[in-house]
Design a protein around this ligand. Structure first.
Ligand code: C5P
Length: 407
């Protein structure tokens, strides 16, 4: 999972990064670095216990700012760090959040700077990244406290599962810094798809010709990945059916890996049979044809001329979904080489989808930026060239505004 550089229209935000005492504090150094690299201003505050795990000077160097350590030695002339630091922030992030801090926050205590910041935060969006031993995380007291914080309007990110510093394996690992970056950026996105379920296809398909060769295309999956992230940020539960790409599965999204168009169709239909979706976005560049697969490896012929494969037409996954009686709101993509609007309009009609997003293939495949036209029953609208994540967020807003109100 990579974090793309920010585009000019993405605002620089001020992040107050609180670090409590736990071995995962070392990962907070990387988080501070990623936040700065992404263009944000970072003010670090550390609990006394956190300074036993990493030195404040490390965080000072990474953030370029003196670290707030306790209320008796305030950074601000007002002497009111616990109010001033949090009120000037666009987000308060506590990573790691120890069992002790979670308990004190749930009880509304103000016995150190971090706990006091959590009390004084007012409406500042707040994220906690719990990190502790798996038995501690599973303890009913910790679960009770975590639930209380959620009910109080805090966002809890993770914990993740896996090997722990103590040698045990289970739930309790702090999310990785890259995953926390996604969680933090999600704090600033409107929850336009909250409570909605979104199914997506993305990436290319690979159609085997023999056991080593096949037919595929240049889709990188980036636009589909950006859409999955944007829909997740907007609060949706997202399932991504993904063809083969070089991208890691996106955080927060359930990814189903497939290779061929037939597998993609089967996976989509299985998802639709298992649950009701509000939206289906077909961002995959599905191969139009598949070779009739040959066993083994086709040998070179002595005359140097290869017999062409017999090509079979693949099913149109999007058109099939759009034709269902219980079809979700369907969004198609059209990568064209020319006459974008005319082709996109024709494709929208042919596939029977309410919204079709058209772009010029050579200008979008593999790139970080893209532009597009939106074609619906009302007509055509252009979205200018921008970072694919920004574009995906705009598209999610367009989709959200077209969804029927829920019963
Ligand atoms: O390839 P084509 O231009 O027809 O793709 C238009 C839209 O239809 C895209 O959204 C694509 O994901 C979808 N599609 C599909 N199944 C296919 C071909 C295309 O779902 N076999």
């Amino acid at each position: 999972m990579t974090h793309a550089p920010r585009s000019p229209d993405q605002a620089q935000r001020r992040v107050l990064l609180g670090i409590s005492g736990g071995i995962a504090a070392y990962k907070a150094c990387e988080l501070a670095r990623l936040l700065v690299k992404a263009g944000h201003q970072v003010q670090v505050a550390m609990s006394e216990a956190a300074t036993r795990f990493v030195g404040p000077i490390t965080l000072q160097a990474l953030s370029g700012r003196e670290v707030a350590l306790d209320s008796w030695h305030p950074l601000r002339a007002s002497g009111m760090d616990h109010i001033d630091l949090v009120r000037e922030a666009d987000a308060l992030v506590i990573a790691p959040a120890s069992a002790d801090l979670i308990a004190r926050a749930a009880a509304g205590m103000a016995d150190d700077l971090l706990a006091t910041l959590l009390l004084a935060r007012d409406a500042v969006p707040t994220l906690l990244a719990p990190a502790m031993n798996r038995a501690m995380w599973a303890h009913p007291a910790v679960q009770r406290n975590a639930e209380q914080l959620r009910r109080d309007g805090l966002r809890l990110a993770g914990p993740g599962s896996g090997a722990q510093a103590c040698g045990e394996v289970g739930d309790g690992r702090m999310l990785e810094p890259e995953q926390l970056m996604w969680e933090i950026e999600a704090l600033w996105q409107p929850r336009l798809l909250h409570g909605r379920r979104v199914l997506l296809t993305a990436g290319p398909t690979f159609e085997p010709w023999d056991e080593v060769r096949g037919l595929t295309n240049r889709s990188s999956g980036k636009m589909g990945w950006a859409l999955a992230r944007a829909a997740w940020e907007a609060g949706a539960e997202v399932v991504l059916v993904a063809g083969p790409t070089a991208l890691a599965p996106p955080h927060g999204v359930r990814t189903v890996a497939v290779e061929t168009a037939l597998q993609m169709r089967e996976a989509v239909q299985a998802e639709l049979a298992g649950a009701t979706f509000d939206v289906f976005i077909a961002a995959a560049a599905v191969a139009d044809w598949r070779p009739e697969p040959q066993p083994g490896k086709i040998k070179k012929q002595p005359d140097g001329v290869a017999a062409p494969p017999t090509l079979l037409l693949n099913p149109d996954i999007l058109a099939e979904v759009a034709a269902r009686a219980d079809a979700p709101f369907c969004v198609g993509f059209a990568a064209e080489a020319e006459q974008l609007v005319a082709h996109a309009q024709a494709k929208r009609e042919r596939k029977g989808v309410p919204l079709l997003v058209g772009n010029l293939g050579p200008q979008t495949f593999g790139r970080e930026h893209s532009s597009c036209v939106l074609v619906d029953a009302q007509g055509v609208r252009e979205l200018p060239r921008m970072d694919k994540l920004d574009l995906a967020r705009r598209l999610c807003a367009e989709i959200a505004s077209r969804l029927p109100a829920r019963a």
